[in-house]
Design a protein around this ligand. Sequence first.
Ligand SMILES: [Zn+2]
Length: 323
Amino acid sequence: MRRPNPYSGLVDGLSAGELELLHDAVAERRLREEAGFGTLAEAAELYRPRPACPSCGEEAPWRDGLAPSGAQRWRCPSCGARFTPLAGTVLENCKKPLATWVDFIRLTAFAVPLGACAEMCRISHQTAREWRHRLFAAVDGCQDRIVLRGRVWIDETYVNDTDLSHGYGQARKRGLSRQKICVAVGIDARKEPVAVVCGHGKPSSARIRKAVKAHVAEGSTLVHDRERAHNALVRENSLEDESYKADVRDPAYLEAMALVNNLCSWIKRYLWRFTGMDPANLQSYLNLYVYLFRVKRDDERWPGIARVVRHLLMTGARFRSST
Ligand SMILES: [Zn+2]
């Protein structure tokens, strides 16, 4: 027989407000054990021990007492600005506990739809929306420095504008390739991924070049289907060309292209979870996918939650309200 939980009686006796406080304290303690910090103040102390002045860039601010939350406050000796360690990050003005943010990030990493995120984190739908855009701002540009090298696979995948905004299978016009958004997808043998929106319809050489050129190191081996639009890329980046005729009944093609084909189908599946999105945000969703893909890939040597929180605190980015 299970022993009764000695805390049940204690918890039953708490008021609703006290129960909330207990919940927050437990979440904070759990996070501290997992990641080495339990609150925004503790994480800021670790990753922003001496934040630069957000107004003038002065790098040696003065300590200016503690905020009620326990966070260090700072004052700029040059321009006199007072600021918190979160100023200039996407967590600025965040009123919820860090543990709630961490829950939200965890759910986002599993591509959980926004409504479910809001319910699980016990935040409003509007807040969940805003947090997603805060994450977008923090990962904007995260693909800029990704360069694939060695053996590099590339392919294109297509999504319908209307699949994204109205739901898969609804309000869709047939056979209009101009209606499809092309996403150029690449991956190398180290599982370094890129996914870049590449205009509407089947891409030209120029569009492929614009989307992918900076992401493929010169001298790499490009493994691809025999799409002609790839040729200019092969030439300009002096790539070894290894191509297979696209044929889903050909085991040699399937095996050779499995890595990139799989990535394409994961990306499609991921995007379908967010039907109702504004197609204008597609690149942001792809940036977030690539960012989280890399976090998961490296999870064993670099625990994901600590890495994401560190990124949010060390990346100068501002959330722009788009609604
Ligand atoms: Zn200043």
